[in-house]
Design a protein around this ligand. Structure first.
Ligand code: F6R
Length: 622
């Protein structure tokens, strides 16, 4: 989704803003723009459609835009086409054209999010003589701020808070006012925004990597707060305009972690970082051969008292929930429901007393997951966030937070965060089972040993990547791929299928193997690729039978199975083996070849692996 950056200090702003925007590219965008002020002069606005280098070319890498205070934006279209006129920044002045250049305006701004009542607000502003050049909700907000600023002759903070009371929706806003050179004003509700400070400089960004090069000292501005950002100093205000104090947080990430580190793509790098991401996450949860969830505020008593777990998430995080459902139910004998956050938020789901709602999210900012969390809290459920980004909105609003330690994930398609989430949920399952007396001390020890061995086993799976690279070159022209499995293997198939389709653009579907016969098998044609996940000993022969049914209708078969299951080769054309592990934890291993297959297929098709079309890393709108 859109990315925002801001800088005010002693250095030329535009190159810093372009650098920050480049680090937010992973969020997905279709156009970009900058507004930079040189002292008291009006802001100069430059926009470009397409990739960021067009904007960099237009501004001679930022060198041709003088001024030490500015804001920048990458836009992922919501209201209005991806076009120059709709690209941000937007200006309050009534202008024709695209709002570029030095437009006589009191306010210029950028926005991430969606203003739901923008049509009604636009009508109001039209009645007051404002004219609009774009189709965006952002231009409406900028003009509404301008309207209150002038009507009540109030300062920027009050004009912004008045606007915040009128708009419905989500936003992170960064605004510059003509009368306040060298300052940037920001506000947020349900969209990410951080503010960094250094000596004689301050920064704004949608995410940490954009400013990590310049500072590690950041403020997480809260919902419905306004920030007044000057070089080296920041003040915060609540909706009443009263000043509030926020804690300064030190970012401990390694800056190199956000760079490609010699890999061709972030996705490949992140696939290879999985052993570390999983190890770090497990190390934070396992101490002296015991699982300790107290850092997340989860006591044994609380786990014992649970009547039900509802897991809510989107996309791959939902697939983690699907896998966790099998593991928790089997080990802890506790009912688990897994819901898509976008559905959960609008359903009136009965929740028995002592229901724990777990929201899984890498970014901690996904709009539907956040809304689902709020619904759960309204219903008095206990809530736990399993989140990767420290200080994100979901992490802050949940009753309890269990952090995955995957580090920054840049590629749009998740890999290492997914794997870190899986083991975090496995550890939760084992501990819940143990404290509820569903597994013995001996089994508990065995599960912890097996979990601890996963990072090294993932490394071994990665060693087999050349075979997958070769196989992907054979399937690069496929039209349809089906991923099938039963039980946990079905949960893994869901993730394998998403990895394939989102980055290779090959249509793929995941099916519970037993369901194929109920309709989908009619799609199987000569050479349709069917990939079976075959790791569950009680079920894999049944899945093989389903695969063979496909083969007899012309399908080409690939199987992912556990070392030793050589029988699979009798039926399947191409087999990938993963190391043996306790079958509850097999998802962490079986998913890796499927990630690699998706990755190499995308590379073979010459696609933009890290930034697939139409997708955004952090889906902060509904
Ligand atoms: C797919 C992918 C998405 C995310 C989903 C949820 O590779 O990355 O499906 O899993 O958008 O995002 P988070 O985990 O940030 O809530």
């Amino acid at each position: 989704m859109c990315g925002i950056v801001g800088y005010t200090g002693k250095d030329q702003a535009a190159p810093i803003l372009l650098d920050g925007l480049a680090r937010l590219e992973y969020r997905g965008y279709d156009s970009a723009g900058l507004a930079v002020r040189d002292g008291d002069a009006l802001a100069e606005v430059v926009k470009a459609t397409g990739k960021l280098y067009h904007l960099a070319d237009k501004t001679d890498q930022g060198r041709s835009l003088p001024g030490c205070c500015g804001i920048g934006h990458t836009r992922w279209a919501t209201h209005g086409d991806p076009s120059l006129v709709n690209a941000h920044p937007h200006v309050s002045g009534n202008c024709s054209g695209s709002g570029s250049g030095q437009v006589e305006s009191d306010v210029v701004g950028v926005h991430n999010g969606i203003i739901e009542n923008f049509t009604e607000l636009k009508e109001k502003l039209l009645r007051h003589g404002y004219a609009f050049y774009s189709d965006t909700d952002t231009e409406v907000v900028v003009k509404l701020v301008d309207y209150y600023y002038k009507k009540y002759k109030i300062g920027p903070v009050d004009a912004i808070t008045r606007t915040m009371v009128r708009v419905r929706g989500s936003y992170a806003l960064a605004l510059m006012f003509k009368d306040y050179p060298g300052e940037i004003f920001a506000a947020r509700k349900d969209s990410p925004l951080i503010i960094g400070t250094a000596e004689e400089a301050s920064f704004l960004a949608s995410d940490v990597p954009a400013i990590l090069k310049y500072t590690r000292q950041v403020y997480y501005i809260d919902n419905l707060q306004v920030a007044r950002v000057a070089p080296g100093s920041v003040k915060f205000y609540d909706l009443n305009g009263d000043e509030v104090t926020l804690p300064l947080t030190e970012i401990t990430w390694d800056a190199a972690a956000a760079e490609k580190g010699g890999y061709e793509h972030f996705m490949l790098k992140e696939i290879h970082e999985q052993p570390q991401a999983v190890r770090d996450t497990l190390n934070s949860l396992i101490h002296e051969s015991r699982i300790d969830l107290t850092a997340a505020g989860l006591t044994d008593d609380m786990l014992r008292s649970l009547a039900q777990i509802d897991i809510v998430a989107c996309g791959s995080a939902w697939h983690v929930g699907m896998a966790a459902q099998y593991v928790i139910e089997d080990l802890a004998k506790l009912p688990v429901r897994v819901e898509l956050a976008s559905e959960f938020r609008y359903r009136n789901i009965p929740m028995p007393e002592n229901t724990l709602v777990i929201v899984i999210s890498q970014s901690g900012e996904t709009a539907d997951s956040l809304a689902a969390l709020r619904v759960a809290k309204e219903r008095d459920a206990k809530t736990l966030a399993v989140v990767n980004v420290v200080g994100s909105t979901i992490a802050r609003e949940a009753d309890h937070v269990l952090y995955t330690l995957a580090g920054p994930e840049i590629a749009v398609a998740t890999t290492k965060a997914y794997s870190a989430q899986l083991v975090a949920m496995d550890a939760l399952a084992v501990q819940t089972a143990y404290v509820r007396g569903a597994v013995s001390q001996e089994q508990y020890g065995h599960f912890i040993e097996e979990l601890s061995a996963i990072p090294d086993k993932i490394k071994r799976v990665l060693e087999d990547k050349e075979r997958l690279q070769w196989f992907s070159s054979k399937i690069a022209n496929a039209h349809d791929i089906f991923f099938i499995g039963r039980g946990l293997d079905y949960a893994i198939s869901l993730e394998g299928s998403l990895k394939m389709k989102e980055i290779s653009y090959i249509h793929s579907e995941a099916y519970a193997a037993g369901e194929l016969k109920h309709g989908t098998i009619s799609l199987i044609e000569r050479n349709t690729l069917v990939i079976g996940v075959l790791t569950q000993s009680e079920l894999f022969e049944k899945t093989i039978s389903n695969m063979v049914e496909c083969k007899s209708r012309g399908a080409y078969l690939m199987g992912v199975t556990t070392n030793g299951n050589f029988i699979v080769e009798d039926s399947v054309n191409f087999t990938v083996y993963i190391p043996k592990t306790d079958e509850h934890f097999v998802s962490s291993l079986a998913v890796v070849p499927l990630q690699l297959l998706g990755y190499y297929t995308s590379v073979n098709r010459g696609l933009d692996v890290d930034k697939p079309r139409n997708l955004a890393k952090s889906v902060t709108v509904e």
